[in-house]
Design a protein around this ligand. Sequence first.
Ligand code: DC
Length: 680
Amino acid sequence: MFSIDHLDIPPLATAGGTVQLPGSKSISNRVLLLAALSVGHTDIVDLLDSDDTQVMLTALAQLGCQIEKRPDGVLRVEGLGGQLRVSEGQLFLGNAGTAMRPLTAALALLAARDGGCFELSGIARMHERPIGDLVDALRQLGCAVQCLGTEGYPPLRLGTGQPVPLSLGAPIRVRGDVSSQFLTALLLALPLVSEQQAITIDVVGELISRPYIEITLNLLERFGVRVQREGWQRFTIPAGSRYTSPGRIPVEGDASSASYFIALGAIAPPTPSLEGITIEGVGLASIQGDIRFVEAARLMGAEITGEANRLHIRRGAWPLKAIDLDCNHIPDAAMTLAVMALYADGTTTLRNIASWRVKETDRIQAMAAECRKFGATVEEGADFIRITPPTHWTTGSIHTYDDHRVAMCFSLAAFNAAGLPVRIEDPKCVGKTFPDYFETLFDVCRADPAHIPVICVDGPTASGKGTLSAEVANRLGYHLLDSGALYRLVGLAAGKAGLSTTLEDLQDPEQAQRLGDVAAGLQVRFTGSHILLEGVDVTDALRSEIAGMAASRVSAVPQVREALLGLQHSFRQLPGLVADGRDMGTVIFPDAPLKVFLTASARQRAERRYKQLISKGIAANIDNLLADLEMRDLRDSSRTHAPLKPAEDALQLDNSQLNVEQSMTQVLNWWQEKTVFSGS
Ligand code: DC
């Protein structure tokens, strides 16, 4: 994931292909806790790897639980058998409600039963998210729970260090109309103290988000605890209940995360030759309530078919159909309906969503404010939101409130009829549940190549292009094309094929053609910061001075340049590209909206290269380096084909006196001026 403060998504044209979903957050964190409390070890398959599960894993490790990532990716949790190895600790739980609530219940009970004292805290927003109803329920049981800041909110201190008797005889009363996570927390924790007697929970008020309770009950059953329930009002944990590991448990794909790709299939014109969107990892047999988003999306016009563990989506009605829907059963996924509503044929009302106000942010307010940036008319109430689509789309910079779902939802606005890009602020907040969300989205979306921005950074050898380009790409979340590496690869591949690359030999047209063929058949793979040629890692070999000199010679061969055209163009992918080389702005991407030409004196560049080599422990001589540089500059700029020179519309940047950070800031400023968001 990139280190960026915003991501600009170009206007998107079509979508199609297969998406593999990450594991469900709700299931992952419940399974982790149950596995930790069980007798025996549990092998968890396809666990979600995200901020919220990291928080839970760290907390469990602090509590003495042994957790091991096995080579096959399976996570093995050694159960504590309902006994803690430590009796005190301070746990930081970020903004993970699915960790805070159940750990509060479990640790409050264990601290009371065995004598212990634990402090649970989170980020500032976590301290604004209510937990009073759960605290009240635990206090009824006799647990010592102290709110260390505001009463009814974390941070909390659980237990006093001394065991205290628990009163488990009378039904425990808990409110169900603020968050179903309070009931889930009690259901997950009470089997810790139900060996001797049955324990009953009575829900006060209308229970919201019931499907999440179903997940809890379902998982408890897999861990050996069968809860009896009377409607949605009374839940009884039978006497003698204790958690037993199921041995191995798979985690379904996240149904809430699926909603973005279901919506994508409903909104996007299909990519020709691809049969709409296929989602793997979650399907019609899902135990997650958000799978019922499928019904809501169908109401809006999506054509959806499915199997147990897979869904297929195609665009049906267009524009989408406006709906008026009670969304209490799909609180998280319903946010995605708000963005679908921007593409509907009338006004959509989403009702019974008061819980949105106490989530990662006040989601009703957030969705209203951000939908308005696109020109929609939005009305919001205590527990509803009403959205009328824009008559004329505008665009804006989407504030994401540290809420992963806001960020994911609004990426779908990039299909707007006005063909406008969408800016997502703080895009890495998707790490809470779906760290690779944008990569996954871009994998299945297509844009008109002309709409995919390219920043060209051309300049002579050792001008710092490579470092600057990599930094700029990283900051913008763009792909990177190091075109020099391609010429270096051709030099290397020629050597492997036994072809000479001396200047003399390259004069021979047949030899030049053979070299062109080598370039056309390059078997290269770019994996992160590594480059593989025919499966062999050549990253270091490519950077050598010898490889650079060979590249300089082979790059003067027109057949080679011709052969590499298609490969270079193929780097122009969503969401954008930074391309560095000699002819990026003049030949390869002449339509690029920003072209930078780096200049620095040959002596400056020789000194930089010298320092670079010395720092790597490679012996170097500055005068030789200078002579080499000058020779390469001369060859690169005097060759007939694609000589090194600034494009007419290039902006020149003399970085002789600038460090990388300063050069990057200059390029990013130029870039910001070119975007439609320059006023924001
Ligand atoms: O940027 P570099 O040093 O890795 O480039 C190696 C050689 O490749 C350089 O001497 C010139 C050539 N080159 C080119 O001709 N066109 C490009 N776009 C990039 C590099």
